[in-house]
Design a protein around this ligand. Structure first.
Ligand code: UTP
Length: 408
């Protein structure tokens, strides 16, 4: 642990001594925590602020994909390969549940949200129910690793325990906590969320494997014989997890990774698009995409870049180890960051007021040598809950759950 003098030195070197105001009045425990936070700051991230010259992008081409008609035709073949891998214990799932879920504005972890109407049906429960279908088919449990953050770890664990893991075997559930990153205002000055506490937030969904390794759970997975990891977002209540058909198609094609994709409904839709960039798998976010690229047409008049990603990926565990040794790109993202002002008042901004530093899972896809785009039927597998109402909301997800025969 660094000393107060060392903290003053490193903060001074980086023009951030303002955060030490009031340090001497903190309790010994708070002082220790604060010094720990300062010690963990990744100062090299600060150089990225205001450096908006995004790296030049390469040449885009259409990725290899299996589309729904082909998947239907080869369903049994793919499924048999996937089930065999699952039965051998080669497939694990990682639930990315470390996000803050600010758009939903719910106090508990997002997975604790109840989408039921006449009975309880929690988001976590929907996900476990979906995974149980595979467990029942394969006749064995799939190891499930749940990534939380220091802000929601306790509440997530308590919720699962209280609900008896929704019938899942707890021996197959393990948690790990993702790293946090600090936040700064538009002048690059560190923000405090309280006296003696830096404003921090989870470091983005791309940090999951590094955090999993830190927790020693890569070893746990390897000891169980895991070769493939299916990562998925907490908020898509319809998604298939460890889907044997998806796993089988990825293995059968000899790919290092697979990405579930849905067909875009209109050229301007706000989704990350899967493509190849200089021959490497790549995801172009909707806000980075030129109008030309968004609207480009194939020979038959359909959209050329038509597949949007839904944050459900399969990665070869062996390849993930290579990635962990290559440092990932840090993204500087504008966000609303609650903080205390100079007078010590808590401020909850309604507009973005600074930057967070995040790692994104799409950079992991880009580090894979090959990736299969696996098309799924949107109405059956894509019901994300980001907001309470409107697009990608509790309302739209409820409607889709009912359409898929789930009783609410
Ligand atoms: P989102 O970006 O939609 O989630 O992440 P969020 O940050 O929780 O939501 P808002 O923007 O504040 O409303 C997609 C997935 O990635 C996970 C989320 O939990 C979700 O499953 N995630 C995101 C993490 O696990 N860690 C992070 O740091 C960020």
């Amino acid at each position: 642990m660094i000393t107060k003098d060392q903290a003053l030195k490193v903060l001074g070197d980086n023009g951030q001594e303002q955060v030490m105001k009031g340090f001497d009045q903190l309790s010994d425990e708070k002082k220790k925590e604060f010094l720990g936070q300062i010690e963990n700051i990744n100062w090299s991230d600060f150089k990225l602020i205001g450096n908006s010259s995004e790296e030049a992008r390469g040449t885009f081409t259409v990725p290899e994909a299996v589309e729904v008609p082909e998947i239907e035709k080869r369903h049994d073949e793919f499924e048999a390969i996937g089930l065999e891998a699952i039965k051998k214990g080669e497939v694990a799932a990682v639930l990315l549940a470390g996000g803050m879920g600010t758009r939903l504005g719910f106090d508990l972890p997002k997975g604790c949200y109840n989408v039921g109407q006449t009975h309880d049906l929690f988001i976590f429960e929907c996900l476990i129910n979906n995974l149980m279908e595979v467990v029942n088919k394969a006749g064995c449990f799939v190891p499930l690793y749940i990534m939380t953050s220091e802000k929601n770890d306790k509440a997530t664990r308590e919720f699962f325990a209280e609900k008896n893991y929704f019938g899942y075997d707890p021996d197959y559930i393990k948690y790990f906590v993702q790293d946090m990153a600090c936040a700064v205002d538009y002048n690059g000055k560190l923000l405090l969320e309280d006296n003696g506490r830096l404003a921090t937030s989870p470091n983005g969904n791309g940090g999951w494997y590094v955090s999993m390794v830190k927790a020693g759970l890569d070893k746990d997975a390897k000891a169980r014989g895991v070769k493939w990891i299916n990562i998925f977002a907490v908020d898509n209540v319809l998604q298939r997890i460890a889907d044997p058909v998806f796993v089988g198609a990825t293995i059968a094609g000899g790919y290092q990774a697979g990405s579930k994709v849905v067909r875009k409904v209109d050229p301007q839709e706000k989704m990350g698009l899967l493509c190849l960039e200089d021959g490497q798998p790549s995801i172009v976010e909707y806000y980075e995409m030129s109008k030309e690229m968004a609207e480009a047409k194939a020979e038959d008049g359909s959209l050329l870049y038509k597949f949007g990603v839904i944050l459900n990926y399969l990665f070869s565990l062996e390849k993930l180890d290579d990635i962990v040794n290559n440092s990932m790109t840090v993204h500087v993202v504008e966000k609303k960051i609650p903080y205390i002002d100079e007078a010590g008042n808590k401020v909850s901004p309604t507009e973005p007021n600074g930057y967070k530093f995040e790692l994104l899972v799409l950079d992991m896809v880009h580090m894979m040598d090959s990736n299969l785009a696996f098309e799924v039927v949107r109405e059956h597998e894509f019901a994300p809950i980001k907001n309470l109402h409107g697009v990608d909301s509790v309302d739209s997800a409820r409607e889709l759950l009912v359409k898929n025969g789930v009783e609410l």
